[in-house]
Design a protein around this ligand. Structure first.
Ligand code: SF4
Length: 380
C-alpha cells in the first residue's frame, strides 16, 4: 500500500488491452527505473536479477509500437530540476529546495503541510515528463497526430496512477499519460499474453526516447535523485567534467542521510529522506528552519521506489532471510557503474530533443515539463 496517501490500487490493465486492440491507437510504453530490478521475482528469478532486456522483449511481443524508457525522462528531470537549483544557488535561495518526483510525497505536502509548497521543485516527475514528451516530441519525430498516441507507463507504485490523473498533467488538452500499470500488473499482462518471460532473450530499447545514463537509472533508489542532480549541478557550475561521480555518502537505507557538498568553492547542505515516519519527523522537528539545508530529496517509500507499493510482494520469510532492498538497489547501482555515460546532461538523445524541438519555442520546456501544486488541506 502507499505509505502516505493510503491510495487504493485501480487497475488500468483493461484500458491497456483495449488500446492495444484498437488499430487507430499508436500505443507506446516505458518503465520506471525500479521496475527492472523486481519484475523477475514474479517469474521466480532470483531477487536482484536485472531483467531490463527481457522486459523490452516482452513489451514488443505484447505489441507495443515503441518500447521506450522512463530513465530517458529521469535525465530530463535532472536537467530541469538541476537548472532550478542552479537558479536558486545564484539567487541565494529560497532554500531548501525539495524534489518533486514522488507523488506520495507531493500529496503529503499538499494535504498536510501546504505551507511547504514553495519549497517543491516545479519540475514534473520522470513519468509525467515522459508523458509530455510522448505527446509532443514523439509525434513531431514520427509525423503523427498527438491525439492518436496512447502512452502507457509501468511504475513501482500506486500513487503514480493518482499523479497521472491530476488535472495539471496535460498539455494542449491532451493527457500526458493514458494508463499506468504497476510492476505487478505488467507481470499479469505478460502472463495474459502467454509469454514465457524467463525464457526471453534480451533486446534493446528504442533509442529516440529510450537512451539513458547511469544517473537516470539510480532514480529508483533512495539518494539516487540527489546523486544524479549533484553530478550535473557540480559539473555545470564548475564548468568542468568531473571524473569522480560517486556520492556514496547519500547511498544506503537509513531514513535520513545528510551530507555537505562543496560546489564551486561553496558548501551546500543536502539531505535524503525516505519513508513516511522520517517525513513526519522532518516537519514535527521543523527541520526547514532548524537545519540549514539547501536541497532535500524525499521519497515516501522506505528505501525509495525499489520498495514501492506496486512492486512484487515480498513475503515475511523473504524479508527475514534476504536483504531485498539492497539486492534490488544493487541492480541499479551496477547498471550505473557499467554505463558509458553517468551524467544526465551528457545524454545525447535528450540533448537532441532540446536542440531539435524544445528549444525551438520560447518557454516550451516550461510548458511541457513543469507543473503547479494545490493546497488540499481542507479538501483532501
Ligand atoms: Fe511511488 Fe517511489 Fe514515491 Fe514510493 S517512493 S510512492 S514507489 S514514487
Amino acid at each position: 500500500a502507499c505509505p502516505v496517501g493510503a491510495l487504493t490500487e485501480k487497475s488500468h490493465l483493461e484500458k491497456v488491452v483495449d488500446a492495444l486492440n484498437n488499430n487507430e491507437k499508436h500505443v507506446i510504453v516505458a518503465m520506471a527505473p525500479s521496475v527492472r530490478t523486481a519484475l523477475g521475482e514474479i517469474f521466480k528469478l532470483e531477487m536482484g536479477t536485472d531483467v531490463t532486456g527481457k522486459i523490452y522483449s516482452a513489451m514488443r511481443e505484447i505489441g507495443f509500437k515503441k518500447v521506450f524508457d522512463v530513465n530517458f525522462a529521469a535525465d530530463i528531470t535532472i536537467l530541469e530540476e538541476g537548472t532550478e537549483l542552479i537558479e536558486r544557488i545564484k539567487a541565494g535561495g529560497p532554500f531548501p529546495m525539495f524534489t518533486s518526483c514522488c507523488p506520495g510525497w507531493v500529496r503529503y505536502v499538499e494535504n498536510y503541510v501546504p505551507e511547504a509548497i514553495p519549497h517543491l521543485s516545479s519540475a514534473k516527475s520522470p513519468q509525467q515528463i515522459f508523458g509530455a514528451a510522448s505527446k509532443s516530441y514523439y509525434p513531431f519525430l514520427e509525423n503523427i497526430n498527438p491525439e492518436d498516441v496512447f502512452t502507457v507507463s509501468v511504475m513501482p507504485c500506486v500513487a503514480k496512477k493518482f499523479e497521472s490523473e491530476r488535472p495539471e498533467m496535460e498539455n494542449n488538452n491532451i493527457r500526458n499519460i493514458d494508463a499506468v500499470l504497476t510492476t505487478r500488473e505488467l507481470g499479469e499482462l505478460i502472463k495474459k499474453y502467454g509469454i514465457k518471460f524467463e525464457n526471453l532473450n534480451d533486446s534493446e530499447v528504442d533509442p529516440m526516447m529510450g537512451t539513458y545514463t547511469g544517473a537516470g537509472t539510480i532514480f529508483g533508489v533512495t539518494g539516487g535523485v540527489m546523486e544524479a542532480a549533484l553530478r550535473s549541478v557540480k559539473d555545470i557550475l564548475e564548468n568542468n567534467s568531473l571524473e569522480n561521480v560517486d556520492y556514496k555518502i547519500v547511498r544506503g537505507f537509513e531514513g535520513l542521510k545528510e551530507a555537505t557538498v562543496t560546489i564551486d568553492g561553496n558548501n551546500y547542505n543536502v539531505a535524503v529522506i525516505s519513508g513516511g515516519k522520517t517525513i513526519s519527523k522532518f516537519f514535527s522537528e521543523n527541520m526547514i528552519k532548524n537545519k540549514n539545508y539547501h536541497f532535500v530529496e524525499f521519497m515516501a517509500c522506505p528505501g525509495g521506489c525499489i520498495n514501492g507499493g506496486g512492486q512484487p510482494y515480498v513475503t515475511p520469510m523473504e524479508k527475514e532471510n534476504k536483504d531485498y532492498k539492497n539486492l534490488r538497489g544493487e541492480v541499479l547501482y551496477s547498471q550505473d557503474k557499467n554505463s558509458n555515460l553517468r551524467k544526465s546532461h551528457k545524454n545525447q538523445a535528450v540533448l537532441d530533443m532540446y536542440e531539435n524541438f524544445v528549444n525551438k519555442e520560447e518557454h516550451l520546456h516550461h510548458h511541457l515539463f513543469h507543473t503547479t501544486y494545490t493546497n488540499r488541506k481542507n479538501n483532501k
